[in-house]
Ligand binder design. Structure first.
Ligand SMILES: [Zn+2]
Length: 241
């Protein structure tokens, strides 16, 4: 890998609104998919003014961009009082400034960030939306969570997740009442066959109130399919066959 602050296209993966080193890109996309799937929340990366958007300051940031941010802070939507560090964690490609969806990330003591290996490393200076990928949950990640809830979440991670369409979708083939399923979190969405769907409501313990059954509006499916394509493409890039 190239030097911090001087990464190249070979070191970085493009994600919506930025660039990240590959492991961070995978974790970020997995977290984005989970936010969409579990809470219909879209996570974004903070964007500067369009004139300097190509500098991707909210994800990988070159040293030149760090310097430009200090010289022209108004172009970068910088939080007043917080100037970029030099060097910055962003120069390693594993830090993100979260825009939309931060509340979902940080609920319950940053529980969702920790699930995907992210920590907030700049809270001490009031930089609340800056997250860094550290790969594994920090040692204190469970300190604010109730153990039984964690256990439930672990169990949920191995169960299929069902999505019942609440309406018709015009751009993809989703009809009202269709049942789509992910065999596990992160797996692609598949439509249940007619036979599976007719058996669905007879499955043990499954009804619309089950924690792994979600009713979703038609437009949700477009976003979910787009996420699937993004993740599949990233997996192909990161793990060439
Ligand atoms: Zn940051």
């Amino acid at each position: 890998m190239s030097t911090s602050g001087h990464l190249t296209d070979f070191d970085l993966v493009t994600v919506p609104g930025g660039r990240l080193e590959p492991a961070t890109a995978l974790a970020w996309n997995a977290m984005r998919a989970a936010a969409l799937r579990e809470a219909a929340v879209t996570l974004t990366i903070v964007q500067p003014l369009a004139a300097v958007a190509a500098n991707t300051p909210g994800s990988y940031r070159s040293r030149a961009t760090s310097l430009d941010m200090r010289a022209r802070p108004a172009l970068y939507n910088i939080t007043p009082g917080i100037l970029p560090g030099i060097p910055s964690e962003h120069e390693d490609g594993d830090a993100i400034d979260v825009g939309a969806g931060l509340a979902w990330c940080t609920a319950n003591g940053d529980a969702n960030l920790h699930r995907f290996g992210f920590v907030r490393t700049k809270l001490a200076i009031g930089d609340k939306n800056h997250i860094k990928h550290v790969g594994t949950a920090p040692a204190d990640s469970g300190s604010t969570a109730v153990p039984t809830e964690e256990q439930e979440e672990d169990d949920m991670a191995t169960k299929p997740i069902y999505y019942v369409a609440t309406g018709n979708n015009k751009t993809v083939t989703v009809g009202k009442g269709d049942i789509w399923v992910r065999s596990a979190p992160g797996e692609p969405l598949r439509r249940m066959t007619q036979g599976q769907a007719s058996d669905f409501w007879a499955l043990d313990g499954l009804d619309l109130n089950s924690p792994n059954v979600h009713q979703m509006p038609p437009e949700w499916f477009d976003a979910a399919f787009a996420e699937d394509r993004t993740v599949a493409r990233l997996n192909a890039l990161t793990h060439p066959s």
